[in-house]
Design a binder for this molecule. Structure first.
Ligand SMILES: [Zn+2]
Length: 461
């Protein structure tokens, strides 16, 4: 055990263990399994699965320690940044691991004594590699669905029984057992407002290649009541979206009418003007496009031999087909920014009178589309405006010197952990001082495919 070792000896022992594992993996990869027979292959699959579970157990231990180091050093922000960079896992996955680690790890109280983990039985099973990720998810979900009225001892007992089962059966069975335990502990299905508040949520999935997005989640009773009321306005025969192919009868399915009701509620809320302002604009849809594409779309709409241009981009980072954009713009409640193809300067800004501060933000939407720090995926709606401080010049608040940056990256730039400079092509380059400034291609897929318009080295303005 490494428990009694000093820092140096512990590091050496851990590295030696990893070297041994790497060497063993190398040997496994090199050894042919062509002639071992299927019984033995099952054996091998079992050992691989077990090792994977042991690996996960160690991973959660390390995440737990990173969040609350027993040796008391380090910041969670820099740990997150380092994990993202080195493990190449998403920020969401990093958060998930930290959250789970926090639930299955003993914590230290102010007096220094250990407080038992929230889920002690699961903690032990994860640590020993007895259960896999799918078991962990099933057990957490089963425990989380129990209402607040269930006594803590009962919850602990439920957790323990589920973990016992998880060491013997697959996660699908654990899910079913969890449902039976929940029915048993809460036979009348009694849930408090607190239970409902805890569980409410909507998740908007990523936009698919066809432009569609999956929405899933749980509505609280009030949200459902609102939804039902709106849905009634879209009952069969009412508010049928009209287009060239609209049938005489309303042939929409119930799910399609629900979708139209949702869309109606959203657009009505936006046009009510009662949603306040968001970073200087009235809360509304922001779409950016170029003059050439808008022109082409207008012609394509009446002449089928002209192809529709690629979709426009919204401030949320999603794609909006040009046909939909033209329909939206007709309602005149939306912000549409049209840009000159070459200078990228705005030609037309929705209902704006003149290009003022809000216009400068629109320029950021069109040019940057999202956070300008390399590889950051935060879309424009969630960005702050960063004043690139051209050290050669006076730092005037010109459109050319305002760029999008997400909150954390804006802070990094303001605190000097990152330096920014305007490049020749008018984009914002970032550097930590060790490399030439780099621009972000993440919101510009065409550049990811066709190369950097602004190769480093030559480009500091
Ligand atoms: Zn960012």
């Amino acid at each position: 055990m490494a428990a009694g070792l000093g820092a140096v000896a512990a590091r050496q022992q851990i590295c030696a263990a990893f070297d041994a594992i790497d060497a063993a993996h190398e040997l496994l990869r090199e050894t042919s399994s062509d002639l071992v027979g299927n019984d033995f292959r099952i054996e091998v699959a079992d050992r691989l699965e077990t090792q994977n579970r042991v690996n996960r157990g160690l991973m959660y231990r390390i995440f737990g320690e990173l969040a609350d180091p027993p040796d008391g050093q380090g910041s969670i922000t820099s740990a997150r940044a380092a994990l993202w960079k080195r493990l190449r896992i998403t920020p969401r996955e990093i958060t998930r691991r930290f959250k789970l680690a926090a639930r299955i790890r003993a914590r230290r109280s102010l007096t220094g004594a250990d407080i038992a983990p929230e889920l002690p039985a699961l903690a032990e099973a994860v640590e020993s590699g007895a259960v896999g990720e799918d078991h962990i998810r099933a057990i957490c979900e089963a425990v989380d669905v129990l209402p607040a009225a269930v006594a803590p001892e009962e919850v602990a007992k439920a957790e323990q029984r589920l973990v016992e089962h998880a060491t013997g059966v697959d996660a699908g069975v654990v899910v079913k057992l969890g449902q039976r335990i929940a029915d048993h502990l809460n036979p009348d299905g009694r849930f408090s407002d607190k239970d409902r508040q805890r569980r409410r949520g909507l998740t908007l999935g990523r936009q698919g290649p066809d432009g569609m997005s999956k929405l899933s989640g749980l509505l609280d009773p009030e949200a459902r009541a609102h939804f039902e009321a709106v849905a009634a306005a879209v009952r069969p025969g009412h508010r049928v979206p009209n287009g060239p192919d609209t049938p005489v009868r309303d042939e929409r399915s119930c799910a399609q009418r629900n979708h139209d009701a949702f869309k109606l509620a959203m657009s009505t809320a936006l046009s009510s003007g009662k949603l306040g302002t968001h970073r200087g604009h009235p809360v509304t849809v922001i779409v950016t496009t170029t003059l050439a594409e808008l022109n082409q779309a207008a012609h394509a709409a009446i002449d089928q031999s002209i192809p529709m241009p690629p979709p426009a981009l919204t401030g949320g980072g999603s794609r909006l087909p040009m046909r939909d954009l033209i329909r939206l713009a007709a309602n005149a409640i939306h912000y549409l920014a049209v840009f000159d193809d070459h200078t990228k300067r705005p030609l037309y800004l929705g209902r704006q009178k003149r290009i003022a501060t809000a216009g400068q933000r629109l320029i950021c939407y069109a040019r940057d589309r999202g956070c300008t720090r390399p590889n950051c995926l935060v879309p424009g709606y969630h960005c702050e405006v960063h004043h690139a401080n051209p050290w050669a010049r006076g730092g005037r608040t010109n459109a050319d010197e305002l760029f999008f940056a997400c909150g954390p990256d804006h802070t990094d730039a303001s605190d000097g952990r990152q330096q920014t400079a305007v490049t020749k092509s008018g984009r914002l380059g970032w550097t930590d001082g060790t490399t030439p400034p780099q621009i972000n291609h993440a919101h510009h897929p065409e550049e990811l495919l066709h190369g950097d318009p602004d190769p480093p080295q030559t480009d500091v303005a």
